[in-house]
Design a protein around this ligand. Structure first.
Ligand code: B1M
Length: 238
């Protein structure tokens, strides 16, 4: 994507707008070292970790996604872009998490069976941790048994599921139906997310809410936990 005019670009000499633009190009080209450098430069210039994440990394990956969809980029190139994105996220993770906030709740999260996309899920985990949640991330390609084992072991407030493929998103219903069969559904707040989902789908599979992005996931989690605690204490007071 980036036009190479043969001259080396010195990232630290670019102004903020040009640097962010260059980072989109570097992400597109899967240049991990350059992404790490760009993230550090922006942080050094006083950008918040959240701004770096959303404006430089997430936006860059959005552009990658468009060309992947249109057959301009292929899996190996997208994997390199994903690796570069993860390297940037690795730097931001502790910064997003170090809020010192008291634990506001616990969430188990994983990508569903058949699906290996994990960047969005990782981002949600990071943002939830940053907001004071304890997060148990069970990774990718999870059959229902993995979710059941994790909720039994960790007793979270929230079960989160991620799916990026139209072929894997129906698996969320398998998990929720299994919870119902076992009489466990009402013990947990179930949040779902991923690019192909929407609110109607979430309602259809019996989730408590669809989360469009990581920020919405945090807000929704806080709100539903507060509601649940309120109704529990009202019930206890009666
Ligand atoms: Co894939 N892929 N991919 N891919 N991939 C998509 C999803 C696709 C839309 C690309 C396209 O065609 N435009 C398309 C799906 C089409 C469809 O289903 N209709 C697709 C395809 C087809 C495939 C393969 C089948 C390709 C192939 O092999 N021929 C294959 C499937 C592999 C599998 O899973 N079995 C495949 C493989 C891959 C890679 C391995 C190369 C790589 C994944 C690397 C990785 O994740 N470690 C990859 C990538 C990177 C993408 C795109 C380009 C980017 C996804 C991403 O990371 N986005 C993607 C195109 C796109 O989505 N635009 C694409 C950035 C991320 C921050 O956003 O994941 O949406 P997102 O997460 C957001 C929200 O959705 C939400 O919050 C997040 C943060 O704000 N959210 C949640 C997500 N999960 C949540 C959970 C919650 C709450 C909110 O729980 C509470």
């Amino acid at each position: 994507m980036a036009e190479d005019d043969g001259e080396d670009i010195v990232l630290s000499e670019l102004d903020d707008d040009d640097l962010v633009q260059q980072m989109h190009d570097d992400l597109y080209d899967g240049l991990k070292d350059e992404i790490e450098e760009g993230v550090n430069i922006l942080l050094g210039r006083g950008w918040t970790p959240y701004e770096v994440l959303t404006k430089a990394l997430v936006e860059g990956m959005r552009i990658v996604g468009i060309d992947f969809r249109d057959g301009i980029l292929f899996v190996p190139e997208v994997l390199m872009a994903a690796n570069a994105m993860k390297a940037g996220m690795f730097i931001l993770r502790p910064l997003l998490i170090e809020t010192g906030a008291p634990r506001v709740g616990k969430m188990v999260i994983g990508t569903v069976k058949g699906d290996i996309h994990d960047i969005g899920k990782n981002l949600v985990s990071m943002m939830m941790e940053g907001a004071g949640f304890e997060v148990i991330d069970i990774g990718i390609n999870n059959p229902v048994e993995n979710y059941l084992a994790a909720i039994e072991e960790h007793q979270p407030d929230i079960l989160g599921m991620s799916a990026l493929l139209t072929t894997t998103m129906p698996y969320m219903k398998v998990v929720i139906d299994t919870l119902k069969e076992k009489g466990l559904r009402d013990d947990y707040i179930v949040l779902v997310g991923g690019a192909p989902l929407n609110e109607a789908f979430a309602e259809n599979v019996g989730a408590d809410a669809y989360c469009r992005d990581a920020a919405v996931a945090v807000e929704t989690a806080k709100q539903l936990i507060a509601e649940r605690r309120r109704s529990n204490s009202e019930a206890a007071g009666q």
